[in-house]
Write a protein that binds this ligand. Structure first.
Ligand code: N1C
Length: 250
């Protein structure tokens, strides 16, 4: 009897977890008008539910990411980033100059969430899921790889990337930006990649950094490369001053 009660309580706790996660998913999704969020949830959940949490490849999200029309190109306004999440989103929250993956419906819904499934269970778990580096094919990492691919595939015109000038190697080939997005930029759609190297007062790196030469080399031939060192305070000034036109921020 005690075991039965425990099993029911545990069952309800797990059910609760799925519901809390799903509630967050649907609530965030509904901030975007004109989408069927229940339908998006079903397509999302089928990627990892019932699967081993280290055995969800990025292709598991193909249906969600490629068949549902959730990524629309915004030529000349696309913004990529690596190791600059806070600066970038502080800026994009306040100004309408650029579009990041987190401004699209899927990126916005799943930003900073953790989820996984378990073999033999139809629940979504939010604890006990593998860390980012614990195994390659975990549901969270595979999702960001998949969504980033789709986002880079629609990039067009002049695209921007904010990289971190306060670390020794601003461009990491193994990051999502380096391993997925840069490789998928296509010269028939994308004219240039403009790196904004975000620096602090005590600048550690500048545009001559060796890792940035690697970035330039990794680009599809025909895509122009530019790099500019911009201080964090310059970016913040532009965030808080609507009178500065987007094109004059740096
Ligand atoms: O590995 P990264 O950066 O180079 O990935 C950033 C790159 C961006 O251009 C985005 O388009 O890839 C996309 N992306 C996200 O949008 C995103 N949102 C939240 C990649 N990762 C994202 N996250 C989380 O940030 C993710 O769960 C992981 O933990 C970090 C990766 O950030 P990074 O190493 O700074």
């Amino acid at each position: 009897f005690v075991i039965a009660v425990l099993a029911i309580v545990l069952g309800l706790t797990l059910r609760q977890k799925t519901n809390t996660f799903k509630t967050t998913f649907i609530a965030r999704c509904e901030r975007f008008k004109g989408y069927d969020c229940e339908n998006i949830w079903v397509a999302f959940e089928q990627a990892y539910v019932g699967q081993d949490a280290c055995n969800v490849p990025m292709e598991a999200y193909d249906h969600l990411v490629t068949n549902m029309g959730l990524f629309k190109p915004a030529c000349n306004r696309m913004m990529f980033w690596s190791k600059t999440k806070d600066v970038v989103h502080d800026f994009t929250k306040k100004r309408d100059c650029f579009l990041t993956l987190e401004d699209t419906i899927l990126g916005s819904v799943l930003d900073s969430l953790t989820w996984c499934g378990k073999e033999g269970s139809s629940d979504t778990f939010t604890t006990g899921c593998p860390e980012w580096n614990y195994c390659e094919n975990n549901p969270v990492r595979s999702f960001w790889k998949s969504a980033s691919s789709a986002f880079a595939d629609v990039a067009c015109g002049n695209v921007t990337a904010m990289l971190n000038g306060s670390i020794p190697t601003p461009f990491h080939p193994a990051s999502i930006f380096g391993s997925i997005e840069v490789k998928r930029l296509n010269s028939t759609r994308t004219r240039s990649l403009n790196v904004v190297l975000v620096t602090q007062k005590n600048m550690l790196t500048n545009c001559t950094n060796a890792s940035l030469k690697e970035l330039e080399k990794a680009l599809d031939e025909g895509i122009k490369y530019n790099c500019k060192e911009v201080t964090e305070s310059q970016i913040q000034d532009c965030s808080s001053n609507e009178d500065i036109p987007c094109g004059a921020c740096w």
